[in-house]
Design a binder for this molecule. Structure first.
Ligand SMILES: Cc1ncc(COP(=O)(O)O)c(C=O)c1O
Length: 405
């Protein structure tokens, strides 16, 4: 991969010509490289790719071929994972606030269910007495790139607090549920392995209270650099530190125990680009707006998390940089792909390429303002293929009877 904008200008132009804009491009090679690196760094772990990061079926197929399983959070994620060919035992479900229908549907699929509220456990016990189950805990250590993605700590809606665990065990016993897994996920975009270990230690300390465990799942959240001044995590060092802690705990536990991890962003972030076209260059009294045919409806991270993504325009223009706001057609002032970015002002018709867009890009895209979601293209060396076409009016509207509506 040649940096975050790995698509050359010629190929970007050829794909834009062929498929129109906007489109997401994914590098199959980068996906495979990331999957291999994870497996190498964590030899004891079953890696469950968190498919919420990107559930493009072709991308999931690539992840499956690379030997990872999946972490899911909804019945349809489970269903798609099965359709793509993941085996039941390669799938874990870690939904939050599940309805009874969710619990029934996931149980019917026969995949491991990970629950994080006493109510969910009670309802699951009634639905599936005697089943195996895993518990998600919240041990007060959380972290992440933005408050919205911190998923542990006293203010978090996720996980069972330590003081709830005796009652969780009692509910499980009442319904004959076997607690075979302990799980936590502390947040997303973590760069400090120290924080990860700070959360892992109390999780491993809980093992003694659960005699039937088959696995312990330490979640995902591995950070990926977006800004030029951010440094990639040392995955090998993370692997060594986490594996060592796990091995000590597993030996102490004395029964066979598997480690599970659920990285999403780490697998797909750098593999994805969003390619759009400049529709409108607009100079106001204070600002230069670069209007494109994509925006917050396709990549909401800048609007939602004030996230910084690398952006280039193609072809390269030999002009001095100006302070630009890259935006889209959505009727919100927060519709931004880049804010106050020093860059040469492109011509209308040029391309805009947004890097590090493989994770939480398409998967968080919407139809806001009745706009279609982009096409998706998989690139593998010299090969490329359209893996999902851009939506059309009918995909977006799906109306039944307009007169009665
Ligand atoms: C339960 C669970 N596991 C894994 C992940 C993946 O996180 P990341 O993409 O940061 O690795 C998430 C993300 O929200 C999650 O909620």
């Amino acid at each position: 991969m040649k940096g975050p904008i790995w698509l050359g200008p010629k190929r970007a132009a050829a794909l834009a010509e062929r498929f129109g804009t906007p489109f997401y491009a994914y590098s199959a090679r980068t996906l495979r490289t990331r999957a291999r690196a994870l497996k190498r760094a964590f030899p004891d772990a079953a890696i469950r790719y968190a498919m919420k990061a990107n559930a493009c079926p072709a991308l999931l197929a690539e992840v499956r071929r690379a030997g990872l399983g999946v972490d899911t959070v909804s019945p349809w994620e489970v269903r798609l994972a099965r359709e793509v060919g993941f085996r039941r035992k390669e799938i874990i479900y870690s939904g939050n606030m599940p309805s009874d229908d969710d619990l029934r549907a996931v149980h019917r699929e026969g995949v491991m269910i990970n629950l994080d509220a006493l109510s969910s456990l009670r309802r699951f016990g009634r639905i599936a007495p005697g089943a195996k189950v895993s518990l998600r805990v919240n041990l007060d250590v959380g972290g992440g790139h933005h408050p919205h993605v911190i998923t542990a700590g006293p203010e978090s809606k996720f996980g069972l607090a330590p003081e709830e665990l005796p009652e969780a065990r009692a509910i499980a016993a009442e319904h004959g549920l076997r607690i075979v897994g302990l799980h936590q996920h502390i947040g997303s975009g973590i760069f400090d392995v120290g924080l990860f270990l700070e959360a892992l230690d109390p999780l491993l300390a809980l093992l003694v209270d659960f005699p039937d465990l088959e696995f312990v799942d330490a979640g995902g959240g591995f950070g990926v650099p977006y800004r030029p001044d951010e440094k990639a995590i040392d995955l090998e060092a993370w692997g060594a530190a986490i594996t060592e802690r796990f091995r000590v705990a597993a030996r102490r536990y004395g029964r066979p125990l598997k480690l599970m991890l659920e990285p999403g962003r780490y697998v797909v972030c750098e593999a994805g680009l969003l390619v759009a076209r400049v529709t409108t260059v607009k100079r106001t009294r204070d600002r230069v707006f670069i209007g494109t045919d994509s925006g917050m409806h396709h990549l909401i991270r800048p609007a939602l998390y004030q996230a910084w993504h690398p952006v280039v325009t193609l072809p390269a223009r030999e002009r001095s940089a100006e302070r630009c706001f890259v935006t889209g057609p959505i009727c919100e002032s927060g519709d931004l792909l880049a804010e106050e970015r020093a860059m040469p002002v492109p011509d209308e018709g040029d391309l805009v390429v947004v890097g590090n867009a493989g994770a939480y890009g398409f998967s968080m895209a919407s139809h806001y303002n009745l706009r279609a979601r982009p096409a998706e293209v998989m690139i593998d060396g010299d090969d490329w293929r359209l893996v999902r076409p851009r939506e059309d009016y009918r995909d977006v509207v799906r109306r039944r009877d307009v007169r009665r509506a």
